[in-house]
Design a protein around this ligand. Structure first.
Ligand SMILES: Nc1ncnc2c1ncn2[C@@H]1O[C@H](COP(=O)(O)OP(=O)(O)O)[C@@H](O)[C@H]1O
Ligand SMILES: [Mg+2]
Length: 239
C-alpha cells in the first residue's frame, strides 16, 4: 500500500530524513516511535505530499508522490490527523465532516450528511453533530478530526501524535477509536508516544532516530528486548 525507497528530505541545508526505506502492506498498522526532532512528523507529512523531498521514491496505492509539488490526487487516498485538531472553528461538527466530500468529491449534500452521521456514530459522537468545536472537549474534537479524515474514504490513515495534547484520562477515547479502525482493516501509520498502544495494536514498530530507521520489528519482541542501545535507552526514558 505504501512503498518508500531511499527517501531523503532537507529543510535548506539541514537534512532531516537520511535515506528511509519502508514498505507498508494493506491493512498493516505501523507505529513510529522515537525522540523529538528525529524526523517523524517530516516523514509522514512527506508521505502525504505536504512536504517536498530531494531524493528517493514514494508510492501510495499505486500513485507516485511527486518530490516537488503538492499532489492533489493523494488527498483522497490518504487521511491525516495531527496533534492540533485543526477543525474549522466557525463550522459545526457535521459541516466540518461534510466539507471535503462536497468540495473534493463533489458529493451531494444529503449523501454527505448521511455518511457523516455514520462516521459520527463510529467515533461515538452522534449526539454532537450540530455543536461547534469550542463546545467539545479535546478528545471529542480529535474524534471529529478522525471522522473528518475518514469522510474521504482514504486507503491509508496517518496519525501524528494525535493524543499528545490531550489530558491523560481522555486519551483512551481517541485511542479506542484508532484501535477500532485498525481492527476494521485500515492501513495505518501512527506516530505515537503511547507505548502501550504501539505494543498492543500495531503489527510492527519502527524506531526512528536522527532521520533514519534504527530498528524495526514485532512490537512484543521490540518492547521486551530492543536490539539497539539507542532504542533501549529511549524506552527507559519513556517508562
Ligand atoms: N518547516 C521546517 N523548517 C525547518 N526545519 C524543520 C521544519 N520542520 C521540522 N524541522 C526540523 O526538522 C527536524 C525534524 O523535525 P520533525 O520532523 O518535526 O521531528 P519529530 O516529529 O520527530 O519531532 C527537527 O530538527 C526540526 O527542527
Ligand atoms: Mg513530530
Amino acid at each position: 500500500m505504501i512503498s518508500i525507497k531511499n527517501l531523503h528530505k532537507s529543510y535548506g541545508t539541514h537534512e532531516v530524513l537520511k535515506g528511509i526505506s519502508l514498505e507498508v502492506q494493506k491493512q498493516e498498522v505501523v507505529a513510529i516511535i522515537g525522540p523529538s526532532g528525529s524526523g517523524k512528523s517530516s516523514f509522514i507529512r512527506t508521505i502525504n505530499g505536504l512536504e517536498t523531498f530531494q531524493q528517493g521514491e514514494i508510492v501510495v496505492d499505486g500513485v507516485r508522490v511527486l518530490p516537488d509539488t503538492y499532489n492533489q490526487s493523494l488527498t483522497k487516498k490518504v487521511g491525516m490527523v495531527f496533534q492540533s485538531f485543526n477543525l474549522f472553528p466557525h463550522m459545526s461538527v457535521i459541516d466540518n465532516i461534510t466539507l471535503a466530500p462536497m468540495e473534493v468529491k463533489k458529493a451531494e449534500k444529503e449523501k454527505a450528511i448521511e455518511q457523516a452521521k455514520v462516521l459520527l456514530k463510529k467515533v461515538d459522537l452522534s449526539a454532537h453533530a450540530y455543536k461547534y468545536p469550542h463546545q467539545l472537549s479535546g478528545g471529542q474534537q480529535q474524534r471529529v478530526a478522525i471522522a473528518r479524515a475518514l469522510a474521504l474514504d482514504p486507503q491509508v490513515m496517518l496519525f501524528d501524535e494525535v493524543t499528545s495534547a490531550l489530558d491523560p484520562e481522555i486519551t483512551h477515547e481517541v485511542l479506542n477509536v484508532m484501535k477500532d479502525l485498525a481492527v476494521s482493516g485500515m492501513t495505518m501509520l501512527v506516530v505515537t508516544h503511547e507505548m502501550n498502544f504501539a505494543e498492543k495494536v500495531a503489527d510492527r514498530v519502527i524506531f526512528f532516530d536522527s532521520g533514519i530507521i534504527i530498528e524495526e520489528g514485532d512490537p512484543s519482541l521490540f518492547f521486551k528486548n530492543p536490539a539497539t542501545d539507542r532504542a533501549r535507552s529511549f524506552l527507559n526514558q519513556m517508562a
